[in-house]
Design a binder for this molecule. Sequence first.
Ligand code: ASP
Length: 419
Amino acid sequence: MKTSLNTQILAGAVLGIVGGFFLRALPADSSATAHTLYFASLVAGIFIGLLKMILIPLIFLSIATGVANLQAHADMKRVWTYTLLYFFIASSLALVLGLAMVNIFKPGMGIHLDMFKAALTSAPPSNLSLGQFVQMLVNGLFVNPIEAMAKGEVLPTVVFAMAFGIGMAMLEERVKTLRQLLNESLDIIMRMVSWIMRLAPLGIMALLIKLVATQNTELLSTLIKFVGVVVGSTLIHGFFTLPLLLWLTTRVNPIFFLVSMRDSLITAFSTSSSSATMPVTLRCVTKNLKADKRIAGFVIPLGTTINMDGTAMYEAIAAVFVANLAGIELNVIQQVIVFWTAMLASIGAPGIPSAGMVTMIMVLQSVGLPVEAIALLIPIDRPLDTIRTVVNVEGDAVGTLIVQKLALKNDIPSIQTDL
Ligand code: ASP
C-alpha cells in the first residue's frame, strides 16, 4: 500500500520525537547516540539546505509575478491594504492575549533574578536601542538585490521583487515575454519544491531527533510557569483566535484548514524557521487550500518576514516575565510600550531559529529591564521557538485566505466541500 506524503510526514515527526526521547535514555557518550546524531545532522542539513536553496528564487518569482499579475487587474491596492490591515490586527490580538495571560498568571513572581547569577554573568554583550533598531530595519530594506539574494536575506529581496513586479505591470504588453518567462520559471521552481517535499519525512524526523535528544530540560522545568504561559497563549492564538478570524471572514472550516496546512505546520515546528518553511507553506496554500496564486505569492513571502504573531506574543510575555523576576512592576504605559516594541521586534525578526531572541533585547531596553536576562531565556529558547514558528506560519496562511476573500471578493473555491 502506498502511503501519502502527508502520512509519511506525520509518521516522520512522531518517529523523530520518539527517537529523540529514546536517545535521551541512553548514556550520553554511547556510540549509538553519537552515530544517530551524526546521521540526523547530515540528513537535517540536506533538507534545510534544499529548502534554503529554493527559497530566494521562489520569493523573487512568486512576488514579482504575483504583483505583476495583480496590478494588471487593478486589484493591487486593495490587496496591499487588506494584507497590512490583517497583519496588524492579527499581531495585535496575539499581543493583547499574551499580555493578558502574563498579567493574570504572573510567572517569575517569587523567583529572583539573583538566583540565576551564574547564567547572567555569561550574558552576551548587547545594546540595541529602539532608534538603532528602526534604523537597522529601514537600512536593511534597500540593498543591492544580488547581495541580498546571495546572502539569503528575505526582506530586501521582497522589496526588490515588489518593485520589479510593479515595473513589469506598468510596462504591460511590452514585457509580455518576460512575464511569461517568469511565470514559467515559477512553475519549474514549484515542481522542484515538490521534489524536496519527498525528502520531508526523513528531514523532519532527523531535525526532531536532534532537537529532542540535545535539549536541556532542567531549566525548562524550573521556569515551568513561564513556559506554560507562553505555550498556552500560543496555542490559544493558533487553535482559537486565528481559526476564528478565518471562519468569520471566509467561512472556511478551521479543521479543514489545519489539516490542509499540516505539512507546513510540521515543517515549521521541526525547523523553527518560517523562511525555510516558506516553500512548503506556499505549496500547501495553493495546492491544498486552492488559494489564488497571485495573492498567496504576495502574502506568504511578505508575511514570512514581517508577520509573526507567535514571536510578537512571546516577546511581550518574556518582557513582563523578566520584569517580574527583577521585581519591577510595569505600569500600563510601560505595557503599551512593550506592546508596540514587541510588534516592531516581530516585524524586524528574520524567519530563522531564535531570531526573536535578538530583537528581544530592544523590547527589554524599551522599558529599562535588565538585558542580561536574555541569558536565562536563551537556553530554553529552542523548544519554545518551535511552536511560535508554527503560529507565525499559520498566521500567513490565514492571511492569504482572508485577503483573497476581502480583496478579490472571491469565494474560496471547493474548500468546504473537500472535507
Ligand atoms: N523562529 C521564528 C520564525 O522563524 C522567529 C523567532 O525567533 O521568533 O518564525
